[in-house]
Design a protein. Structure first.
Length: 426
């Protein structure tokens, strides 16, 4: 929507802020706060985490969209008592001050249960709670994030100290106008968030449907092949596979596609060349030598386990990966689709670092059609998954545009680039 501007502006004198409405002021955070502080990691670290007790908030719980508590941990009341100075209360503004999530923030909602924070989360407690809704939106704005990018320190790990936070500058409208802006943003971002949620759900549904199509094709066949709708079926002898086409074979994975651990390659050893280096996360660079012939199939051995990559050319499989060293005469593209149906996480062999052992995978049963059918099924799946991938790309693009819209709207409203005084109750 097209939004009006204020009738009069003045130079704020702040580079990142530019012009502000003529009747607005400008203030540093230090003049608005009663407290700026953070918590600490309890003595004993993660060993002190409990299944119940006092909620212990970490940077992975703090998002601009609000607190996300799916993976929240707890500390005992005794540990909380030893950290009484970093208890969280409603209307606190929480700000991530280290690492990749630096600058993410949210306001602790009314009625929030007792909680504490670690040293990566800063508590900003305002002297006047009436300012909290507006200031909370300010901390989500591009304007504040640019300041944070400028003042953060630490070459190896980004970080903010309390003095730097206190020095952040805000544009400040009159108190009544602050509430109007906050009310407007509550409503409009709520609409955008609902649209984002719809697109995210669409992405999830597309992924589920894509997986279902692959699973059915590689275990039941296609109507257009000899294992069509009326083709004879047989009991596979495997509960989760159920019935399979009668002329397909049931084999252990190692006799269908043998997996092998990748090869060590240090940064010093790696020389630029034409061959991709495939790690657990995909292509990580190019090398002058190869250790496996293409086409190939690669999956993460630890770290990003379960991700699968199809490689057309000769390549270097990294030691963080497993690759198919022997296809046993099967179609590589079909093998790639079959491996996509496997729950690699269920076969994780390491507790500290999620990982998989090829021997755990090799005993998994798979059903194997004749080579001609494998090729037909792979061609069908190439076509079908391309449709899902196109729709997923479109949905993700819509999410990105909505997120950009949300960010721009917040920044424009809290810096006075748009005048929402007549729109808050619209």
């Amino acid at each position: 929507m097209s939004l009006p501007r204020y009738p009069e502006y003045k130079d704020s004198g702040v580079e990142w802020l530019g012009e502000v409405p003529g009747h607005w002021g400008e203030v540093k955070v230090r003049y608005l706060v009663a407290r700026i502080g953070s918590g600490k990691t309890p003595l004993g670290g993660s060993e002190t985490y409990a299944d119940e007790g006092v909620m212990f908030l970490r940077s992975q719980n703090v998002y601009d969209e609000g607190l996300q508590l799916d993976d929240v941990v707890y500390i005992s009341e005794e540990v909380d008592e030893s950290m009484a100075g970093s208890r969280v209360i409603q209307n606190d503004i929480l700000l991530n001050i280290t690492g990749a999530s630096i600058g993410r923030s949210c306001v602790v909602p009314d009625g929030f249960q007792p909680a504490n924070v670690n040293q990566h989360v800063c508590i900003i407690r305002l002297s006047n709670i009436d300012y909290v809704p507006f200031v909370g939106w300010c901390f989500k704005s591009i304007f504040i994030k640019k300041q944070i990018d400028f003042v953060q320190n630490g070459a190896a790990r980004e970080g903010l100290n309390f003095e730097q936070i206190a020095g952040l500058r805000l544009a400040m409208p009159p108190a009544s106008e602050q509430q109007t802006i906050a009310t407007f943003l509550d409503r409009e971002t709520g609409k955008i968030d609902a649209l984002i949620a719809e697109q995210q759900r669409l992405v999830e549904l597309l992924a589920e449907k894509r997986q279902a199509v692959i699973s059915h094709a590689v275990t039941k066949g296609l109507p257009s092949t000899s294992s069509g709708l009326n083709a004879p079926m047989k009991d596979s002898g495997v509960e989760w596979l159920g019935e399979v086409p009668a002329h397909w074979e049931v084999k252990m994975l190692k006799w269908f596609s043998t997996l092998h651990r990748g090869y060590d390659l240090t940064a010093l050893e790696q020389k630029d060349g034409p061959y991709p280096v495939i790690t657990s996360g995909g292509v990580s660079g190019m090398h002058s030598k190869y250790m496996a012939y293409g086409p190939g199939v690669v999956t993460g051995r630890y770290g990003s386990t379960g991700r699968l990559f199809y490689v057309e050319e000769n390549y270097w499989p990294h030691n963080t990966s497993l690759f198919v060293s022997d296809f046993h005469g099967n179609a590589p593209r079909f093998v790639w689709y079959v491996l996509q149906t496997m729950d690699f996480a269920a076969h994780s062999a390491k507790a500290a670092v999620p990982g998989i052992d090829r021997n755990d995978l090799h005993v998994i049963p798979v059903v194997v059609p004749p080579l001609a059918e494998q090729t037909t099924i792979a061609t069908f799946l190439d076509s079908e998954t391309a449709k899902f991938d196109t729709l997923t790309t479109e949905a993700n693009r819509a999410i990105a545009l909505l997120q950009e819209r949300r960010s721009a709207l917040i920044s424009a409203a809290v810096t006075g680039k748009i005048d929402v005084r007549g729109l808050a109750s619209a």
